[in-house]
Write a protein that binds this ligand. Structure first.
Ligand SMILES: Nc1nc2c(c(=O)[nH]1)N[C@H]1C(S)=C(S)[C@@H](COP(=O)(O)OP(=O)(O)OC[C@H]3O[C@@H](n4cnc5c(N)ncnc54)[C@H](O)[C@@H]3O)O[C@H]1N2
Ligand code: MOO
Length: 405
């Protein structure tokens, strides 16, 4: 029943990809974080006209030149028709037809008759930008599947787009299971604080899903009825519902019976990975015909995060029309034991240039201390051991710039 860890990631990605929503147009300022559903193409040559890079003079023929006008940015320049003439030109202005060179204002002089002299600069960077220098009309600048960031929005605006066709942002919900969980105060007397309800939404957002406070519920009472009601409700609102706990078969673990009641189809049911093996991913048909997904994250908190980045990360990449997440390769600075026939994911911290990884402490699956100090997981594949100096795959946590400097 357990699938290989790499295969589980591939299955989750393929399921998400097959269920990606239809493209929708969004206004440029709202496109941040979304994904291009069609290639971004230049709508004109870029720049669209010959553009001055300097403040100075556009000149024709030999000096001195007689000024015959001025062209500012935003205007169409009349042609320069006669040798020995020039126009005053501003940075960003259209260079007139007939201009042969640009002279910087600080490299120019004017005599008593107002005639201009000076030398055009023969620098490495030309003083004006030619049409098509950055892109030709219809050229593909970015492919389908590109994650939209502020620079992508900027280049789209430069091209002349008002909106972009993007994939929908998947909506997610979260149900926390476990009667032993406290939602406030300090742990004790057999009870622990719920550390997943407050944590999982942040990871889901970093993976591209939207989730608001109303989509987080729990602790859901440890009965089959309560589980069924909560899951039906959550699946009616979100494409992806994550649950925490109850993935095993203990006396109050109701997730599997609930999935059976819902007629869910298992895509992954346990993964050959440590920690985190009881994780699962299931699919149920939604009322609109599009599938809904349920990711069962194990109750041990670190295992839940491993399930998020093993199954939910590729699923959400697929649902958003993005490429499958890839693993980096890093050099290990210390030993990491293998886990027999399972993949071992070992929390590690990257050094400043991101090239080597050092295992961290406090990495028990019930602990979060190691996780809060790590950049991700070193991957030790089944039947292997990893030693200092080995090059190993690295699965990063979806941290954003500035987190864990
Ligand atoms: N007989 C066996 N028992 C267990 C096995 C096994 O192979 N055979 N595997 C263990 C492993 S590994 C894991 S992981 C857990 C997974 O169990 P569940 O997903 O059913 O999770 P729970 O039993 O509900 O909880 C496990 C553990 O985690 C704590 N927990 C749960 N939710 C939260 C939360 N939101 N915040 C903080 N802590 C949470 C819970 O109190 C338990 O201590 O099964 C093992 N058992
Ligand atoms: O698989 Mo459990 O998830 O090791 O703690």
């Amino acid at each position: 029943m357990s699938v290989d860890w790499e295969e589980a990631r591939e299955l989750a990605y393929a399921a998400g990809r097959a269920a990606a929503g239809a493209a929708e147009p969004v206004a440029l300022p709202d496109a941040d974080g979304r994904t291009l559903a069609e290639p971004l193409r230049a709508l004109t040559d870029l720049p669209a006209f010959p553009t001055s890079s300097i403040d100075g003079w556009a000149v024709r023929g030999p000096k001195p030149w007689r000024p015959v006008g001025r062209v500012l940015a935003g205007h169409v320049a009349p042609p320069l028709t006669d040798d020995g003439t020039c126009v005053e030109i501003a940075t960003g202005a259209m260079v007139p037809v007939g201009a042969e060179a640009l002279v910087r204002v600080e490299a120019s002089t004017r005599d008593g008759d107002g005639l201009v002299s000076g030398e055009p600069r023969n620098g490495y960077v030309p003083e004006w930008r030619q049409p098509g220098e950055e892109a030709h009309k219809d050229e593909e600048l970015l492919p389908v599947g590109t994650a939209i960031d502020p620079a992508v929005i900027g280049v789209a605006a430069t091209c002349g787009y008002e909106s972009l066709n993007v994939y929908p942002r998947p909506r997610a919900g979260l149900l926390v299971f476990g009667d032993e969980l406290l939602t406030g105060g300090t742990p004790g007397a057999g009870r622990v604080r719920d550390s997943l309800g407050p944590q999982v939404p942040g990871w889901l957002r970093r993976l591209g899903a939207s989730i608001d406070a109303s989509a987080v519920a729990g602790p859901v009472q440890d009965t089959l009825d309560a589980h069924l009601t909560a899951l039906r409700e959550a699946l009616s609102k979100s494409e992806l519902v994550c649950t925490t706990g109850g993935t095993m078969h203990g006396p109050v673990d109701h997730l599997h019976p609930t999935l059976t009641e819902l007629g869910a189809e298992y895509l992954v049911n346990t993964v050959a990975v440590r920690p985190g093996f009881p994780m699962l991913l299931a699919r149920v048909p939604g009322p609109d015909g599009r599938p809904r997904f349920l990711a069962g994250l194990p109750g041990n908190p670190q295992s839940a995060v491993i399930a998020l980045i093993t199954l939910v990360s590729p699923l959400l990449a697929g649902l958003q029309g993005r490429p499958a997440p890839r693993l980096a390769t890093v050099e290990l600075t210390g030993e990491v034991r293998g886990r027999g026939g399972d993949t071992h994911l070992a929390l590690a911290r990257l050094d400043h240039d991101g090239r080597s990884a050092t295992p961290v402490g406090h990495v028990g699956s019930a602990m979060l201390r190691g996780l809060s100090n790590a950049h991700g997981f070193v991957v030790v594949r089944p039947g292997t051991e990893a030693a200092a100096g080995d090059l190993v795959p690295f699965l990063p946590l979806p941290l954003v710039t500035g987190e864990r400097p």
